[in-house]
Design a protein around this ligand. Sequence first.
Ligand code: 5GP
Length: 213
Amino acid sequence: MTPFLLVLSSPSGGGKTTIARALLQARSDVGYSVSATTRAPRSGERDGLDYHFLSAPEFERRVAAGEFLEHATYGGNRYGTLRSEIDRVLGGGRHAVLDIEVEGARQVMERMPNAVRVFVLPPSAKVLVERLRGRDTETPEARRIRLARAAEELLAVTEYDYVVINEHLRDAVNEVAAILDAESSRVARRRDLTGFVEILRQGVAAAAHGESV
Ligand code: 5GP
């Protein structure tokens, strides 16, 4: 199995982070790409686990040093995927889950076109608004900005490979898991296939000549 990148995007409040976390709990073949950001930690968020929290100058220094696979600005803060995170997860033989917004996802596709992109939609506008309000992590003004951005981001769904409607968390996680499994079976991703098929072929050809296999 050749591990690959799984890009999960959705408007803020769509549930992609929850899905990503549940997927990580459920499967040992996926790892989370911990993003870097300049935004302040929310209560309960841990540096190095939820995000690498960086100062703005440190973030820009790392951009200039080419350390990011992609980076974007969202709500006045910087966010980006460190190449070292991707190397860590893929190097460990696991698929890397990236929970990123659409601009960053576009950059990933330019640089790593074999990545799989999944767009997570809320079942309704009402649910999206309620989820954003319910988590109570933003000021009303920041929430308004996120909703305006969400309206724009929804248009990007057609750029993605798959769409999952996140009405019930368990179903949504199962759907993303099914996408992972299907993509893992793609012939193009099976680098081990040629050798395996050759051994099979030799055995079958030998049997055709009456030899025991
Ligand atoms: P939040 O502040 O709610 O954690 O994240 C805000 C937005 O930034 C979300 O859409 C989230 O997916 C996105 N985001 C998180 N990490 C990254 C990243 O590394 N790169 C990009 N481009 N977006 C990110």
